[in-house]
Design a protein around this ligand. Structure first.
Ligand SMILES: O=C(O)CCC(=O)C(=O)O
Ligand SMILES: [Fe+2]
Length: 489
């Protein structure tokens, strides 16, 4: 018993040390390797870790090997060993729990999965983790708390491994009628962050929520509504006799949906809309059109700030295929988006100097409070990628309207210049405007008219990028009202 306490105390001390070390590389980039050392210690100090945890199952390399081959072999052995240790931690945290088990350590899960999240939106290819997840998830069927913790951690690190997400969705659809309202919010947030559009999943989540919505705090309701909105679902419950809709759910006038949160208004408040139009008309920049005002403001961010923003998204592995989100054209049809996006929504992102600079610029020049500025969304287009014609404002089924009201304006800041003939222009066909990406400049336009009505006229598209140079930009969307803080790590 005493020994157990000692081990737990030393584990906690090492966990604190690991946390400190894991922050260091953000400030001293060349010492990223240091973090693996405390992590190894952390894994080996975990009180319940298996005694076989350091075994790799491989013999050590014979000494007469070519040094380059020996080096590679050693690296492979270490990788396998680390993967096995990490898997032991996942299993110990999540499987076979009972009443007496300690609380699941969510930050440990996140750190373990972070080791395997690839650099960008690319799929996770670690076979040991793939196999373990597929084996583990069915064992967790009855344990909604463990499922919620796992999918939350997977969403937080943007772990892109489709079979695991599909299996989790199956388990949630089939087994989770006993989930609490709070757990349903956790599921919804995680699946929305992963951009999971499966209709059966969302129908199940919403109908399970029907009996539980009274358990929720206002913040949890908003998070659930936001999650629905993220995947193009509205936060209404299908009424009796409703047929399943193809994704995304079109407005349904034939059935009488039972209200979960009700419908929000598409129309923005007149005062805020009028003030926004006035602010855009007064911007210092190149006025491309008078009505509605479309303005190109130069030098909003420096090349260093642009680099830093991209680095933040890369380093935190935030890139995510945008195509699964429910973007719409002005006529309400599906828009095609083949680019990747990265939302800087984690609380720590709001402390990063370039993020602060952009938010404060938007707030100053557009004369709005800073908490009406959405979390910045970076977009990246590789050769051939595009975003077809769409509007940035939300329809009344879009539950994100509950969060901060309508998107009254967009400021799209280009982070790099595309060479001539490389495409990638932002094109407003109805207004006859086409703008080529120019580093540091912001293209600003209103999404509503002066009475607050959303405008079809400002529909726009990102033309396909035609060269190897990637296009980077950042969407700064202004809402009518202050936004609650998003959840995440
Ligand atoms: O990349 C562009 O030029 C436009 C991007 C855009 O319209 C959007 O992300 O909503
Ligand atoms: Fe847009």
């Amino acid at each position: 018993m005493a020994l157990g306490h000692q081990r737990r105390a030393s584990f906690l001390a090492l966990a604190a040390l690991a946390a400190v070390f894991s922050l260091l590389p953000r400030y001293i980039p060349d010492i990223a390797w240091v973090t693996t050392v405390p992590f190894q210690l952390l894994l080996s100090a975990r009180p319940y870790a298996s005694p076989r945890r350091t075994e790799t199952g491989m013999r050590s390399a014979p000494s007469d090997l070519d040094p380059a081959v020996a080096e590679k072999l050693k690296a492979a052995q270490e990788r396998i060993s680390q993967a096995k240790q990490a898997m032991a931690v996942l299993r110990n945290e999540l499987c076979g729990r009972n009443f007496f088990s300690p609380e699941i350590d969510r930050s440990l899960l996140i750190e373990v999965l972070r080791l395997f999240a690839p650099e960008s939106a690319k799929p996770m290819r670690e076979p040991i983790l793939q196999k373990e997840l597929i084996n583990m998830i069915p064992d967790m069927r009855q344990d909604t708390e463990a499922l919620a913790a796992l999918i939350n951690a997977m969403a937080t690190v943007r772990l892109a491994y489709e079979p695991a997400w599909q299996l989790l969705a199956d388990v949630v659809v089939e087994e989770c009628s006993s989930a609490s309202g709070r757990q349903l919010v956790a599921f919804a947030w995680a699946f929305a962050t992963a951009g999971e559009p499966r209709q059966d999943l969302w129908t199940a989540l919403k109908s399970m929520m029907a009996g539980k919505r009274k358990e929720l705090s206002a913040e949890e309701r908003v998070t659930f509504a936001w999650s629905c909105a993220e995947v193009g679902q509205h936060a209404l419950l299908p009424g009796p006799g409703d047929r399943p809709h193809p994704q995304p759910t079109p407005p349904d006038t034939t059935s009488r949906p039972t209200e979960l949160f009700g419908e929000a208004s598409e129309v923005a408040a007149e005062k805020e809309s009028r003030a926004m139009l006035e602010a855009i008309r007064n911007l210092d920049g190149k006025h491309l059109l008078k009505n509605p005002p479309v303005v190109l403001v130069p030098d909003v961010v420096t090349p260093e700030q642009s680099q830093e923003l991209i680095r933040l998204a890369d380093e935190s592995k935030l890139w995510w295929q945008s195509s699964r989100r429910g973007a719409r054209t002005a006529a309400g049809e599906d828009a095609l988006r083949t680019s990747s996006s990265a939302v800087l929504s984690a609380p720590r992102m709001f402390q990063e100097p370039p993020v602060k600079a952009i938010r404060s610029w938007a707030s100053q020049v557009l004369k709005v409070p800073e908490d009406t500025v959405e979390a910045l969304q970076l977009v990246r287009y590789q050769k051939g990628e595009q975003y077809s014609t769409h509007v940035d404002w939300g329809r009344k089924q879009d539950a994100s309207l509950w969060l901060g009201g309508q998107r009254t304006a967009t400021a799209l800041i280009y982070l790099n210049t595309l060479p001539k003939d490389c495409g990638g222009e932002t094109s407003f066909e109805r207004l006859g405007i086409q703008v080529s990406p120019q580093a540091g400049a912001a293209l600003v336009w209103p999404n509503v008219d002066s009475s607050g009505r959303p405008q079809d006229l400002v529909e726009h598209r990102a033309m396909p990028v035609l060269c190897e140079t990637q296009k980077y930009a950042v969407n700064v969307w202004i809402r009518e009202k202050p936004l609650p803080a998003y959840r995440g790590d």
